[in-house]
Design a protein around this ligand. Structure first.
Ligand code: CMP
Length: 134
């Protein structure tokens, strides 16, 4: 079980001024921030970051959305980080995410769902590399 993970506060949440409130939740839970950076993703970075979704019908929209404004990338450390953070962000479709989760409390969208978090060690490595954080 990995003790590190990556979250991205997505452009919709950055534009709405939610960066501090979202990151606070993870600090409150007990995660420690190892690295934090505001990034304007290029098309190339987005293509790499979301390479597992290449060819899916929502891919083009996703790349357009994630490059539409700055994101805030945070590498965090804490016990069982990947699974624990996935639970805290809620389901991909924010309209179905439970209250108390980040998406449940801050979003209604599917593409614009406020936050991304690595779903595996392999994704964490690919994503941090795509963002130039490793
Ligand atoms: P994220 O956790 O960043 O991982 C892939 C992203 O694709 C997802 O959140 C959504 O923002 C976006 N997406 C858009 N449409 C879909 C869909 N139908 N299924 C899954 N992900 C989608």
């Amino acid at each position: 079980m990995s003790d590190r993970t990556l979250i991205l506060v997505k452009p919709d949440a950055v534009k709405r001024g939610l960066v501090g409130r979202i990151i606070q939740r993870f600090e409150d839970k007990g995660f420690r921030i190892l690295n934090i950076k505001m990034i304007e993703m290029t098309r190339e970075m987005a293509d790499d970051f979301y390479s597992v979704h290449r060819g899916k019908p929502f891919f083009e929209n996703l790349v357009l959305f994630i490059t539409s404004g700055p994101v805030v990338a945070v590498i965090m450390e804490g016990r069982n980080a990947i699974d624990a953070v996935r639970i805290m962000i809620g389901s991909t479709d924010a309209s179905k995410a439970p209250p108390g989760s980040v998406r449940g409390d801050f979003s209604l969208g599917l593409t614009d769902n406020s936050i991304h978090a690595s779903d595996s060690e392999e994704s964490f490595i690919r994503e941090t590399r795509a963002l130039g954080l490793q």
